[in-house]
Design a protein around this ligand. Structure first.
Ligand code: 13P
Ligand code: SF4
Length: 334
């Protein structure tokens, strides 16, 4: 497929622009030039492949990325992440062009909460505040009171009175972790992340025996059995900061493998071991995040497609709980 019109027409089916690229082209230089020419910014999540992280203007966790999206002065945002992240950027920037290299880059956690079912669930729990993890669709955000991420969830929950009934969605593992930390009994939606649920406690335990000095660091989307034995639990940014400041020189990392690129760059002398999944697959690579490639990113910046487009009423309804999250995060310096 080389013809741009055919490629654009097939975006709905394939999710990305399928156009041949000259194999001699220096993609890194070409992306830099396009960024300048179009006043575009590339925001990338830590789970993106290393090459994408290396051309990004900002790399961060979900909260950091939303904060950057809110304050950018660029005309165009290329979001190297998954759909709900790019959608959040669009919700915050209705007048900017927001692009996602592959529209099919979804999220199992977000998919676990279809808005129609969630609406019924919410109606069954009147008087509950709905606190929703940012890994959800705009339809779910529009049904929520406050959005949170893994780095501010606890703080946001703690701003509510202790006797306030709460629905927490869609991640049951993060919800259970916050219940434990805050002594609350939030009602949890039964969703989970396919990547963080895959770690094998048995294999981690064996690794710890082989590497007695290594610290186990885990993302709160992991199951309780893994979190229970972790030396440190945090968002991707939290985990990265911990590896920079902690005295340990070896870490077993229970989150998506993309983060290891920044950990290794920041601490070249330290050893980072990806926590093993419960079989021999590469399931601790998020298949959604890894749909984006440097080639797709280049094409998306060059042809300004695929673009995130949204219904304005939905956007306005979904923006309210995001604004609330950003306001609380700013208050607490998060
Ligand atoms: P954070 O970026 O908030 O750590 O979340 C991880 C994740 O799974 C994003 O999809
Ligand atoms: Fe969704 Fe999990 Fe992939 Fe993050 S790592 S995008 S939560 S499936």
């Amino acid at each position: 497929m080389t013809d741009i019109n055919n490629a654009i027409a097939s975006i709905n089916e394939k999710g990305f622009l399928d156009i041949d690229i000259d194999p001699e082209l220096d993609l890194f230089a070409a992306i830099e030039n396009l960024k300048k020419e179009k006043n575009a910014v590339i925001l990338a999540h830590y789970y993106q492949e290393p090459d994408i992280q290396d051309v990004a203007d900002y790399i961060g966790d979900s909260l950091g990325l939303a904060q950057q999206a809110e304050k950018t002065s660029a005309d165009m945002i290329v979001f190297a992440g998954v759909h709900f992240m790019a959608e959040t950027a669009k919700i915050l920037n209705p007048n900017k062009k927001v692009l996602l290299p592959d529209l099919n880059a979804g999220c199992s956690l977000s998919d676990s909460a279809p808005p129609a079912l969630f609406k019924i669930f919410k109606e069954k729990h009147p008087n509950h505040k709905v606190i929703t993890y940012i890994n959800c669709s705009a339809g779910i955000k529009a049904l929520s009171d406050i959005i949170c991420t893994s780095s501010n969830a606890q703080k946001i929950i703690e701003t509510l009175p202790i006797d306030q009934p709460i629905i927490f969605a869609p991640d049951k593992n993060l919800g259970a972790y916050i219940n434990k930390k805050t002594g609350r009994n939030m009602v949890l939606w039964n969703g989970s992340c396919m990547v963080h649920e895959i770690f094998s406690l048995e294999k981690i335990t064996r690794l710890k025996i082989r590497h007695p000095k290594a610290k186990l660091i885990a993302h709160p989307e992991c199951e309780e059995s893994v979190l229970r034995v972790a030396d440190f639990i945090g968002s991707t940014t939290g985990l990265l900061k911990f590896t920079k400041t902690d005295d340990a020189t070896e870490f077993i990392v229970a989150t998506e493998t993309g983060i290891l690129h920044q950990m290794q760059k920041a601490s070249p002398k330290k050893v980072f071991i990806p926590a093993p999944p419960d079989n021999s697959c590469a399931c601790n690579d998020c298949p959604h995040m890894k749909l984006n490639t440097l080639e797709k990113l280049y094409l998306c910046l060059k042809y300004e497609k695929p673009e995130i487009l949204m219904d304005e009423q939905l956007r306005i309804a979904a923006k309210k709980p995001i604004d609330e999250m950003l306001k609380i995060s700013a208050q607490y310096g998060l």
